[in-house]
Design a protein around this ligand. Structure first.
Ligand SMILES: [Zn+2]
Length: 220
C-alpha cells in the first residue's frame, strides 16, 4: 500500500461514497476530484485522472509534492491538481478539498446564483454566502486564479460557474460533511426558487453574529 496508506484510504472511501450517492453525476463516471494534505509535509494525496470511482483502488490514488512531482502512484493525477495546490497554498489551515458535480449545485452554477445565508447550521458550518467562481475551462491556470480569487472570504464552499461544487475542510470528514451540506442547501434553495414565492434569508444581525462566531474559531 506504500507509505501513505491511510491518506489514500481516506481519499478512496470518500470518493466511493460520494460517487455512489450521485455527487459526480454517475456511479461509473470519473468527474470531480478529492485530495487530502499529508501532515507535516508538502505532499498531497489526490484522485487520479480518468479512472472510474467504482473500480478505483487505494493504490490508484496519487501522492505528489507541491511542484506536482510524483511521489507514489502509477496513474496521472487529476486534471484539477493545480486548483487543489492553489487552494492549499492560499488556505494553509485546510487539510482536504472535494470537487464534485452534484445536481443541485450544478443548477445554481448555470444560473449564476450564489446561495445567501438561509439556515443557521449552514451559515455557521460553511459560511454566510456561497459565492460563484467565474467560469474558466477545466484544468486551466485561469480557473486556478478564479478560485484563489474567491478564497479570502473564508467560506468552506463555492460553486464553480457552469461546472460544479467545491468544498473545503480542515480534514476529510469536515470537507465531506460540507460537500453534503452544500448539496442539501442547494437543493432546498433551488426548490424554493421554483415556487416563485418570496424567500426569506437570515436577518442581518443573525448573519453578523454568525460571522463573529466563525471568526472566533481557529483560522480557516
Ligand atoms: Zn469538475
Amino acid at each position: 500500500m506504500g507509505t501513505y496508506g491511510q491518506e489514500k484510504k481516506d481519499v478512496l472511501n470518500c470518493a466511493k461514497w460520494l460517487s455512489e450517492h450521485g455527487y459526480f453525476g454517475g456511479y461509473r463516471g470519473s468527474g470531480g476530484n478529492i485530495s487530502v494534505r499529508i501532515n507535516d509535509s508538502n505532499l498531497i494525496a489526490i484522485t487520479p485522472s480518468g479512472k472510474s470511482y467504482h473500480e478505483m483502488l487505494s493504490d490508484d490514488i496519487c501522492v505528489i509534492d507541491s511542484d506536482q512531482k510524483p511521489v507514489e502512484g502509477h496513474l496521472i493525477p487529476s486534471v484539477e491538481t493545480s486548483m487543489h495546490l492553489g487552494i492549499y497554498q492560499h488556505r494553509p489551515n485546510m487539510g482536504a478539498i472535494i470537487h464534485t458535480h452534484p445536481v443541485f449545485a450544478s443548477v445554481l452554477s448555470i444560473i449564476n446564483q450564489p446561495i445567501p445565508a438561509l439556515f443557521d447550521e449552514i451559515a455557521f458550518e460553511i459560511g454566510t454566502s456561497v459565492e460563484i467562481v467565474p467560469y474558466a475551462i477545466s484544468g486551466s491556470s485561469e480557473l486556478v486564479q478564479n478560485v484563489v480569487g474567491k478564497l479570502d472570504n473564508h467560506c468552506f464552499c463555492y460553486i464553480i460557474q457552469n461546472h460544479g461544487a467545491l468544498s473545503l475542510g480542515k480534514d476529510i470528514n469536515q470537507a465531506w460533511k460540507n460537500a453534503e451540506l452544500l448539496e442539501k442547501v442547494a437543493q432546498v434553495y433551488y426548490s424554493a426558487l421554483t415556487t416563485g414565492r418570496k424567500i426569506t434569508t437570515l436577518p442581518k444581525d443573525a448573519v453578523a453574529q454568525i460571522n463573529k462566531l466563525r471568526c472566533q474559531r481557529p483560522p480557516a
